[in-house]
Design a binder for this molecule. Structure first.
Ligand SMILES: NC(=O)c1ccc[n+]([C@@H]2O[C@H](COP(=O)([O-])OP(=O)(O)OC[C@H]3O[C@@H](n4cnc5c(N)ncnc54)[C@H](O)[C@@H]3O)[C@@H](O)[C@H]2O)c1
Length: 251
């Protein structure tokens, strides 16, 4: 595997499992020093030990993305410990399902805090270092739900958060481009993780039936696309909304 991220510091949120874990794994294998950040301390520490045993470089930093103060503390501590973040992957997210009448204000605000506000806060925190070094990569893990208004398994509220992430990504691409910083979003289709484990076989089969490649996504599918977007080779790609969904969004 090409080690094209040597000397880069990468912060990946929600990296204790699922898509974030696969991304952290892939970036570490490419030579980045990876900060695995998650609310799940034990799983996060376990992942770091695994990467270290493999000879890769990683550290764990705990965060509760629902709490803006905690997010800002993560950004401050990560910058101080590692003298700046070169690659930010805003991956962590929670989902809201069901009709709007079942979603209370507290649930909606928690969803927005984790899925959107943390993206704003971390992006704002890492940009000065990236701009000063004239190099940076930001990848936001959004969702096809953010383009379709929900529908796969997330509801209107989840779609609103992810749709905002897509729009925010384009705005940051515009602002940060002159400073050598790219910002792109990836929209996974249905991907096999704990997040989607509650889907019934019937729901899963229905989605597969409208997916040209005829299967669900794996975390590694999303990780590979992320690894490309943060690579030196992708410096001319920014503001993109990349569907990694087996063709689900083709029409
Ligand atoms: N799995 C899919 O089908 C799918 C599809 C489209 C988009 N996505 C998006 O991909 C991203 C990753 O999803 P996943 O399927 O790997 O989910 P997952 O639930 O398997 O993993 C999410 C990770 O985020 C962490 N996390 C949750 N709340 C947190 C908080 N408050 N603070 C810090 N960390 C927290 C969890 O501990 C976990 O490690 C999410 O943004 C999700 O919306 C997933």
């Amino acid at each position: 595997m090409q080690r094209n991220l040597t000397d880069r510091v990468a912060l990946v949120t929600g990296a204790a499992r699922g898509i974030g874990l696969a991304i952290a794994d892939r970036l570490a294998a490419r030579g980045a020093h990876v900060i695995i950040s998650d609310i799940d301390y034990e799983a996060g520490e376990r992942r770091v030990r695994h990467l270290a045993e493999r000879g890769d470089s990683a550290a764990f930093m705990k965060v509760d993305l629902a709490d803006p103060m905690c997010v800002l503390q993560l950004a401050r501590e990560a910058a101080a410990r590692f003298s700046g973040i070169d690659i930010l992957v805003n991956n962590a997210g929670i989902v809201s399902t069901g009709p709007i009448e079942d979603v209370g204000l507290a649930e909606f605000q928690r969803l927005i805090a984790i899925d959107l506000t943390s993206v704003f806060l971390l992006t704002k925190s890492v940009l000065p270092h990236m701009a000063a070094s004239n190099w940076g990569r930001i990848v936001n893990i959004a969702s096809v739900a953010g383009q379709r208004g929900g529908g796969l398994f997330g509801n209107s509220c989840y779609a609103a958060a992810k749709g905002a992430v897509i729009a925010f990504t384009k705005g940051i691409a515009l602002e940060a481009g002159p400073f050598g910083v790219t910002c792109n979003s990836i929209c996974p289709g249905l991907t096999d993780t704990d997040l989607t484990s509650s889907l019934t076989d019937k729901q899963r089969e229905g989605i597969i039936a409208t997916t040209p490649v005829g299967r669900t996504g794996q975390p590694e599918d999303i990780a590979e696309a992320t690894a490309f977007l943060v690579s030196p080779a992708a410096g001319f790609i920014t503001g993109v909304t990349l569907n990694v969904d087996g063709g689900f969004m083709r029409y």
